[in-house]
Design a protein around this ligand. Structure first.
Ligand code: HEM
Length: 172
């Protein structure tokens, strides 16, 4: 089974963010994963907003996800904050529709404040949960920044406002 195939589609949900140097915040998120016929590479785009009406855009990121081996995975991305990042890590299959990915940055460029990042991603069927932590020069210990839960929905126009029911379901 190819775990990348299990990501294809549009996922929407809600997350919270924090860091010692900033005020806590919540956000809504949409991630689209799509393939172009390569067995080992897919493309993704992640968009976020600080309000459900999507009037306050926040983080925006796009990149490629590549299987390097049966249990090794790489993400190469470009971010709205002008950063580019390469992360590598393990992919562990826990069941037919269930896998866990743990990634560490091996490169972060174009943001001298950054030291390193970590991402933990769990996919189970149509649910996706992730956390992201980072170290900066001013906060050198890797420290929690984000967590979010998304569900894969029906394909629809990218500007469609997500249903608030969905967010209520994943509020906890
Ligand atoms: C869901 C994705 C993300 C959201 C919604 C998000 C949101 C935010 C918000 C609202 C802030 C505070 C305001 C600001 O400085 O712009 C912030 C700060 C920051 N974020 Fe994120 N972020 C996301 C992903 C990332 C990623 C992937 C990285 C790095 C790889 C990152 C690095 C930072 C940094 C370096 C700061 C500044 C912290 C400081 O100045 O002390 N963020 N983020």
């Amino acid at each position: 089974m190819n775990p990348l195939e299990l990501l294809i589609g549009t996922w929407r949900g809600k997350g919270t963010g924090e860091y010692p140097s900033i005020a806590p915040f919540s956000y809504i998120e949409e991630i689209k994963f799509q393939d172009n016929g390569f067995r080992d590479v897919i493309q993704y785009e992640q968009r976020t907003w600080l309000d459900e009406a999507r009037t306050s855009p926040s983080h925006w990121e796009t990149g490629l996800i590549r299987l390097l081996g049966e249990h090794e995975i790489e993400i190469i991305n470009a971010q709205i904050g002008r950063r580019v990042e390469v992360l590598v890590g393990d992919i562990e299959l826990k069941g037919p529709q269930h896998f866990v990915i743990d990634l560490n940055s091996i490169t972060i460029a174009n943001d001298v404040r950054m030291v390193g990042t970590q991402r933990h991603i769990e996919i189970s069927g149509n649910q996706l949960f992730y956390t992201m932590s980072m170290a900066m020069t001013k906060v050198p210990t890797t420290t929690h920044h984000l967590q979010a839960t998304l569900v894969r929905g029906l394909e629809c126009g990218s500007l469609e406002t997500p249903s608030s029911d969905l967010f209520e379901t994943y509020d906890s």
